[in-house]
Ligand binder design. Structure first.
Ligand SMILES: NC(=O)c1ccc[n+]([C@@H]2O[C@H](COP(=O)([O-])OP(=O)(O)OC[C@H]3O[C@@H](n4cnc5c(N)ncnc54)[C@H](OP(=O)(O)O)[C@@H]3O)[C@@H](O)[C@H]2O)c1
Length: 329
């Protein structure tokens, strides 16, 4: 009775190390919510962790490790200090950095500060992706580069998990949005709200952006660029923000910190977003969903038993929107 099905690893490695077998149901801490998981979202961090390459793997200490950070489902139990949730509530959550992941399972325990009520207008599968990818898009644009309503923003990787939310968050913040992705994805990225689209496979992205008047912000959602490489399309006072902590980006961020702190006119700024698991921000995303300003595009849905296939799909870096694990039918 105290067992659940979970996808976990007992060592780092390839496909073969992922097992979907019974594990103990996690105990609920005093400030935690135990969620009966209906859907979980796959993120690149899941296969990076499996491979032993996740940058924060030392926080997720010890084996076995249940993979997965993002879930949507129903509250099964709450700890004595939990005040905002009760059993039966439909919720969405992103596990905290110190929370040992644990989303690819029938139950996940998570601190209540990382939980929000689900939007009323979306099902569990469409809510699950809001965690890592949705929060990264919101926090990068709103907090890390302070995107403003009159500005122009280019989203590199606009068809991915983070990118497709970023297109919509950019519109929500009132900006003009240019989506950069391969041509096959242009139509639906425009449907999400992108004002313009650029095919990075056939066009010189920086040249095209510069020719159309430049941009105030480049959000490199796929993390394959740098401030130096996009400098030619940034307007005076422009900001670059990336999801991937490369050495080049760390150096650029260090160099541009005085520019940002001192508010030097015209200076360019480089930032790296680090997604924070805040329930308050999940609630912002949920309200955007209910207001019709945000939706999840689902690339594919896999049963929990096929976690290996879901990770393999994510690893291609060709997903259109979010890959979802259906944990309960
Ligand atoms: N720092 C953080 O807190 C944080 C948070 C979340 C994610 N991340 C990182 O951010 C990256 C993106 O995450 P994600 O979940 O959005 O990944 P994802 O969903 O796997 O991204 C897939 C998308 O990437 C696009 N893509 C692949 N190569 C590209 C290229 N060279 N130029 C432009 N687009 C390209 C593909 O579009 P096309 O098929 O159209 O090319 C596809 O739609 C990952 O490295 C992830 O680890 C970091």
């Amino acid at each position: 009775m105290n067992q659940m099905l979970a996808a976990y690893i007992e060592r780092f490695g390839g496909d073969e190390v992922v097992r979907v077998e019974p594990r103990p149901i996690p105990e609920v801490g005093p400030s935690q919510v135990l969620i009966a998981v209906h859907a979980a979202a796959v993120n690149p961090r899941d296969w990076l962790l499996r491979d032993g390459r996740y940058v924060f793997r030392s926080f997720v200490v010890g084996f076995p490790k249940v993979l997965g950070s993002d879930v949507a489902g129903v509250v099964a139990a709450v700890g004595p200090r939990v005040s905002r949730f009760r059993p039966g509530d439909e919720v969405v959550a992103m596990q905290t950095t110190l929370g040992q992941m644990g989303g690819f399972a029938e139950y996940m325990a998570v601190h209540e500060r990382a939980v929000a009520h689900e939007p009323r207008s979306a099902d569990h599968a469409h809510c699950a992706g809001l965690g890592v990818a949705g929060l990264t898009a919101l926090q990068a644009l709103r907090d890390d580069v302070g995107l403003r309503g009159h500005e122009r923003v280019a989203i590199l990787g606009a068809s991915g998990g983070v990118g497709h939310y970023a297109v919509q968050v950019g519109k929500y913040l009132g900006a003009q949005v240019i989506g950069v992705c391969s041509g096959a994805n242009h139509a639906w990225v425009r449907e999400l709200g992108a004002d313009e689209v650029i095919d990075y496979r056939t066009q010189d992205v920086v040249g095209a952006l510069a020719a159309s008047g430049g941009v105030d912000v480049v959000f490199d959602a796929i993390g394959k660029s740098s401030l130096e490489r996009v400098r030619g399309c940034l307007r005076a006072g422009g900001r670059y923000v990336s999801t991937v902590p490369t050495g080049e980006n760390a150096r650029d961020q260090l160099r541009s910190t005085p520019t940002q702190l001192l508010g030097m006119p015209g200076g360019l700024v480089s930032r790296m977003v680090l997604c924070r698991s805040r329930g308050a921000d999940l609630a912002v995303l949920a309200s955007m969903v209910d207001a019709g300003g945000l939706r999840t595009v689902i690339d594919s849905v896999y049963p929990l038993a096929q976690t290996r296939d879901a990770l393999a799909r994510s690893r291609t870096q060709r997903a259109r929107g979010k890959i979802i694990l259906a944990v309960r039918s």
